[in-house]
Write a protein that binds this ligand. Sequence first.
Ligand SMILES: [Zn+2]
Ligand SMILES: [Zn+2]
Length: 60
Amino acid sequence: MSKQNFIKDEEEKMSSRISGRTAFCRECGQSLDSNIDPVCEVCGWIICSCGACSPDCTGE
Ligand SMILES: [Zn+2]
Ligand SMILES: [Zn+2]
């Protein structure tokens, strides 16, 4: 029941949420959701409306 353990639990919850469901565009920083936005099969990034990755991506 220490305060430190409570903080650690919160951090683990946060990190699993980020790696599991939410990502950010590498170009514009917009938050993206792999459950909503299509994922590029070439490079593995979620396709963002800013054009950082498009359906005809070459993976570069
Ligand atoms: Zn973007
Ligand atoms: Zn791509």
